[in-house]
Design a protein around this ligand. Structure first.
Ligand code: 3HC
Length: 314
C-alpha cells in the first residue's frame, strides 16, 4: 500500500519530537487512543471533586476551607481544559459525558474509595495529586499539542494541591496522639490505591507499547510508579509515618525502594465498576449533569443572542 503525504508528515512530526496539531493528518488509532486517554483523564478530574467536596463543610479552619474550595474548583477547571483538548479530536463534550454515564469511558480507580477523615484531605493532596503530577509531568511532553499544553497549566496547579495536602499532614503529624493516629490510618488506606493509579504492570498494559511508539506516553506505567515510590516513601518517613507494606525495602544496589505485591484483583474490580463507590460516584455525576441542564441551556441561549446581536451590527 502506498504511503500518503499525511502519513509521512505524521511520522516526521513524531520522529522530530514535534507536536501533532488538530489540523494534521493522524492515524485513526492515534486519534482513538487520545480520545480514550484524554476523556478518561478529564472524567477523573471531575469525578475527583466528589471525595474532597464531601469535606468542605467540615474543614477545621477558615483557611483550610478556603484552600480546599480552591483546590476542588481547580479540578473542575482541569476537567474543562481536558474536555476542550479532546474536542479538538472530533468528539463533543456531550458525547463524552454520555459515554462516562453509560460506563463506556472510565475514570481513575482512585476516586472510588471513601474519604473517612480530615486526614484524607491531606493524603489525597499529597499521595493522589502527587501521583497525578508524576504522570502529568511526563505528559507535558506528549506528542499531541493541545494535550501537552493543557498539562503545563494543570501541573502548576497540581503542585499547589500536593503542597496543601502535605501541609495538612504536617500539622497532624505535630498534633496530638489521636491526630497522628488519624494520619497513619489515612496513609494505610490510600497507599496501595495510589500505587494502582499508574495502571497495570507494563507486562499487562495493553496500550503502552503503541502509546510509547506514538509518544503519547513518554514513560511506562512501572517506570512512573517507581519514580513515585522513590520520592514518596521518604516523605512518609519525614511525617513520622510508615507505608503499609511489610516487604518495603531500600535496595542499595539499584538505589530504589522495592515494594510488595499490588492487589490487582482489587484494581480490576474497581476498574470494571465494582469498587467501593463506583455506583455512588456515577449516580451523583449523572444527577449533577441533569440538574445543570438549565444552566447549559441558558448559556447556549445567551451565546446565541450575543451572536445574533453582533451579526445585526456587523
Ligand atoms: N483507573 C482506571 N482505569 C485504569 C487505570 C486506573 N488507575 N489504569 C489503567 N486503567 C485502564 C486503562 O484505561 C486501560 O483500559 P482501556 O484500554 O479500556 O481504556 C486498562 O486499564 C489497561 O491499562 P493501560 O496501561 O493499557 O492503559 P493506558 O496506556 O491508558 O495507561 C494511564 C493508563 C497511565 C492511567 C494513562 O491512561 C494515563 O496516563 N492517563 C492520563 C492521566 C490520568 O488519567 N490521570 C488520572 C489521575 S487523577 C487526576 O489526574 C486528577 C487529579 O486531580 C488528582
Amino acid at each position: 500500500m502506498q504511503t500518503t503525504a499525511g502519513e509521512i508528515r505524521f511520522q516526521e512530526l513524531i520522529d522530530a519530537d514535534e507536536k501533532v496539531e488538530p489540523r494534521d493528518w493522524m492515524p485513526d488509532g492515534y486519534r482513538k487512543t487520545l480520545i480514550r486517554q484524554i476523556a478518561q483523564h478529564a472524567h477523573s478530574e471531575v469525578i475527583g471533586m466528589q471525595p474532597e467536596a464531601n469535606w468542605i463543610t467540615r474543614a477545621p479552619t477558615l483557611q483550610r476551607k478556603m484552600t480546599l474550595i480552591a483546590k476542588v474548583q481547580d479540578e473542575a477547571g482541569h476537567g474543562l481544559y481536558l474536555y476542550s483538548a479532546a474536542e479538538t479530536l472530533g468528539i463533543s463534550r456531550d458525547e463524552m459525558q454520555q459515554l462516562l454515564h453509560d460506563g463506556k469511558q472510565k475514570y481513575s480507580s482512585i476516586f472510588n474509595y471513601p474519604t473517612l477523615s480530615w486526614a484524607d484531605m491531606g493524603t489525597i493532596g499529597w499521595l493522589v495529586d502527587g501521583a497525578a503530577i508524576v504522570n502529568q509531568i511526563a505528559l507535558q511532553r506528549t506528542s499531541y499539542g493541545p494535550y501537552a499544553r493543557a498539562m503545563v497549566k494543570i501541573c502548576k496547579e497540581e503542585s499547589f494541591h500536593a503542597r496543601q495536602g502535605y501541609s495538612i499532614l504536617l500539622a497532624l503529624s505535630r498534633g496530638t496522639e489521636e491526630q497522628r493516629a488519624m494520619l497513619q490510618d489515612s496513609i494505610d488506606r490510600w497507599w496501595w490505591p495510589a500505587l494502582m493509579m499508574f495502571g497495570p504492570h507494563d507486562s499487562d498494559s495493553a496500550n503502552t507499547p503503541q502509546s510509547i511508539e506514538w509518544k503519547i506516553k513518554r514513560v511506562t506505567n512501572d517506570e512512573l510508579r517507581q519514580l513515585y515510590i522513590d520520592q514518596t516513601v521518604p516523605q512518609a518517613h519525614y511525617l513520622g509515618c510508615t507505608v503499609p507494606d511489610p516487604d518495603l525495602r531500600f535496595d542499595v544496589d539499584t538505589g530504589h525502594w522495592s515494594i510488595g505485591l499490588i492487589d490487582w484483583d482489587e484494581f480490576w474490580d474497581t476498574v470494571k465498576g465494582n469498587g467501593r463507590l463506583n455506583r455512588e460516584r456515577i449516580t451523583h455525576k449523572v444527577k449533577a449533569w441533569d440538574d445543570g441542564a438549565w444552566v447549559r441551556e441558558a448559556a447556549t441561549a445567551y451565546a446565541h443572542k450575543q451572536r445574533t446581536e453582533l451579526e445585526k451590527t456587523a
